[in-house]
Write a protein that binds this ligand. Sequence first.
Ligand code: ATP
Length: 248
Amino acid sequence: TDRNALLEVAHLSARYQRHIVALEDISLTVGEGEIVALLGRNGAGKSTTLQAISHLLPARRGEVSAGRVLWRGADITAEAPHRLVKRGIVPVLEGRHCFVSLTLEENLIAGALARSASRAEIRQGLEEIYQIFPRLKDKRQLAAGLASGGEQQMAAIGRALMAKPQLLLLDEPSMGLAPLIVEEIFAVLTRLNQQQKLSILVAEQNSTVALRHAHRAYVLDTGSVALSGDAQALSQQEDVQRIYLGFA
Ligand code: ATP
């Protein structure tokens, strides 16, 4: 085990419906204050890895079949999702999952309920989120279902931030968004990382953007770690992109 790791995933395997192997012997770490990217093609196992860590694999069908997840050295493999949030491990899963009939502001407030925040704490939290994402302040009374994809992604991240995370688990934040919005979101993540030492594990198919903002990366291929290392070094290895990330 790695004593310095904030999060350590050790020899994790996961499967669906008992026999579909989705992850096989995955090991990775996220250090305090690190942005770590999880890359790989469609179906490589990125979402499954994040769901296994946050204990959110689809009920009954998905399961962790081997391995452990450690948080500051403590075994959290079997811990319930809400307990993980209390510890500061907060997921933003694929597809954003806003409550569509609630306003954007109500979506943000929902994130504070996980830590039973007081009214004053919620107010304070909202002010912080509105400084980070001014666009959400302008549109705070809009039903989330009527917001753009970018606004919904910002709300999903904002909601996670309302839970006061130490580690954000982000699944494909760029999905379906225009390049400028993707840049804006990654710029915010980098700023939170630098200013608040927020640690981030981010799964991305957009490896170019992810490698530009991450410190380190793991490249998954059919459920295993094919490569890992310094993000800048990986981004300069052209064959990496071609073989594992689906670039021509
Ligand atoms: P994507 O970006 O498409 O989500 P990914 O890298 O996140 O890709 P996963 O979604 O983790 O990959 O999928 C890993 C493997 O597990 C794939 O072979 C996929 O078909 C399979 N899988 C994922 N979810 C389920 C499920 N609910 N039931 C059965 N098999 C699944």
